[in-house]
Design a protein around this ligand. Structure first.
Ligand SMILES: [Mg+2]
Length: 266
């Protein structure tokens, strides 16, 4: 990757670049254009490293990637033979113990994704066998079934006691160390690549993207079919975030095209 890039596209995947069927086809042309302009596209997702490696391979991406909601960052060395790794979080096992303690405190069983049967995971995610194996390869965060909103709010409050925090994605919630979130990970990547002046074009669709959108220089909310996520509405209303004019990959493509058309000075 070009370390002197003036801009990075840092993007969530599920619900942002991908729709609920994991389709990104409306954004393909824009991705090619970005590659031609040497603008890195950095996935920043709740997915695991195994899932993102596969995604990059399928879509011809080679830039660094942020996984498990900001808990770890990976990138390839120039010859592509090996990877570097930065870890921001606590281990899966440490977090799982904490999740169980929080469950007791809120008197509601918070169910880790990894405790579900294959069938249940398929129903929740639509993932196939191999997709499920990659999704369960968690190292630095614990995804769990979304509890009702009232329980989620209680969980958020209790997290401070354990030095962790929770984020809500479309399909599930995620427990992470409080040292790690998507915004923190982008900051760490900038330091690591010695590119403190790079401008971040951030794209996301859910509450777990809030730290990324808050960190971005140009921040774009991708709405779902029923409009933007309620946790991101405030940033749209106060003008901090732009709202894409279509959902998922189409909205992603339209917004990114608008941004790149606006910097003809590249
Ligand atoms: Mg998302």
């Amino acid at each position: 990757m070009n370390n002197n890039s003036k801009y990075w596209i840092v993007t969530d995947l599920d619900g942002t670049l991908m729709d609920e069927n994991y389709d990104i086809s409306p954004a393909k042309k824009t991705l090619e254009k970005l590659s031609g302009m040497n603008i890195p596209v950095i996935p920043c997702t709740s997915k695991t490293a195994a899932e993102v490696r596969y995604f990059r391979e399928q879509n011809g991406l080679s830039d660094p990637f942020i996984v498990e909601n900001g808990a770890a960052i990976y990138g390839s060395y120039k010859n592509n033979s090996s990877e570097w790794e930065l870890i921001l979080g606590k281990s899966y096992y440490e977090l799982k113990v904490i999740l169980m303690s929080i469950s007791k405190k809120v008197n509601y069983h918070l169910t880790p994704l990894n405790d579900l049967t294959k069938r249940e995971i398929f129903e929740l995610t639509g993932l196939s066998d191999n997709g499920i194996l990659m999704a369960l390869d968690r190292q630095w965060s614990v995804p769990f079934l979304n509890p009702p909103d009232s329980i989620f709010e209680k969980v958020k409050l209790i997290c401070n006691l354990y030095n962790v925090h929770v984020f809500k994605g479309n399909r599930m919630s995620h427990l992470l160390s409080s040292e790690s979130h998507k915004g923190q990970a982008v900051k760490r990547l900038k330091d690591y690549l010695h590119n403190k002046d790079v401008k971040i074009i951030a794209l996301g669709d859910s509450q777990n993207d809030l730290p990324l959108l808050e960190y971005g220089d140009i921040s774009i909310v991708i709405p779902g079919k029923n409009g933007p996520n309620k946790y991101l509405q405030n940033g749209i209303d106060n003008g901090s975030f732009r709202l894409a004019n279509a959902s998922h990959a189409q909205g992603w493509s339209n917004s990114v095209e608008d941004v790149i058309n606006s910097f003809k000075d590249l």
